[in-house]
Design a binder for this molecule. Structure first.
Ligand code: ADP
Ligand code: MG
Length: 238
């Protein structure tokens, strides 16, 4: 059974269509990268999977259940945003724990998970700092930590590295790959960066103008692009 399935999903904002019918199957444990130019609908698709937007048509299926009417908190998913979306008045530890505070997870289990995530991400020294006392890279680690402590089946990343400098971006790619290897969760990662897609993905989904152009293994897309768009975007020169 697919971990996440997107069935004929359409989305319009007012009269303006943004997604024209997306079909996608994401296997459990895969690191899927959705890549495409700015404005093609990547964030919208991710927000629909997370439940932050309602589709205009079609179904979002998680672990075999149609979740169209399930609120974000009821989906076993955590999302990491480009702009980190941390609470400025809370410390790193409080930001990481916040999403679990009104759940059935006991207090000491929350503390244990925050400590474990901080160790994985090497941010133990930052736990008492507020976002303004951290660098961009450190904030992004806290944002990833906040997702990890929820222990979700599915992680969604929306261009999480695009505000970081080039060297840090390369380092974080390696760390995210390690994290995926360690957690073995399903991860869906959105980027407009072809290099990120080629280096990180088990499977790449290429989008353009609200449509899916092609999905496959990186080398498959590189050697056998289905059309000139995919060829120009990530394919080998022909
Ligand atoms: P991407 O993440 O690939 O850059 P988005 O999903 O953010 O693209 O946006 C796709 C299109 O939908 C863009 O034309 C954008 O302007 C439009 N759009 C996104 N969110 C909204 C919204 N809340 N209201 C109106 N238009 C939106
Ligand atoms: Mg976007």
């Amino acid at each position: 059974m697919a971990s996440v399935e997107v069935r004929g999903v359409r989305k319009s904002f007012g009269a303006f269509p943004v997604l024209h019918g997306i079909d996608l199957m994401i296997e459990p444990g895969d690191f899927t990268v959705i890549v495409g130019p700015s404005g093609c609908g990547k964030s919208t698709l991710l927000r629909l999977i997370a439940g932050l937007e309602d589709a205009s048509g079609g179904d979002i299926v998680i672990d075999g259940d149609v979740v169209n009417n399930v609120a974000p908190g009821g989906r076993d998913i955590a999302m990491v945003f480009q702009n980190y979306a941390l609470y400025p008045h809370m410390t790193a530890a409080q930001n990481m724990a916040f999403g679990l505070e009104n759940t059935r997870v006991p207090k000491d289990e929350i503390r244990r998970r925050v400590a474990a995530a901080a160790e994985t991400l090497r941010i133990q020294p930052l736990l008492d700092r507020k976002p303004r006392e951290m660098s961009g890279g450190q904030r992004q680690r806290v944002a990833i930590g906040r997702a990890i402590v929820r222990d979700p089946k599915v992680f969604l990343f929306d261009e999480p590295l695009s505000n970081l400098d080039a060297a840090l971006r390369v380092q974080m790619r390696i760390e995210l790959a390690k994290l995926h290897h360690q957690l073995k969760s399903t991860m869906i990662y959105v980027t407009h960066d072809q290099v990120e897609a080629m280096t990180m993905a088990d499977r790449i989904v290429v989008m353009n103008e609200g449509r899916m152009e092609q999905a496959g293994r990186p080398l498959e897309l590189y050697h056998a692009p289905r059309n000139t768009f995919v060829a120009g975007f990530i394919g080998s020169p022909k």
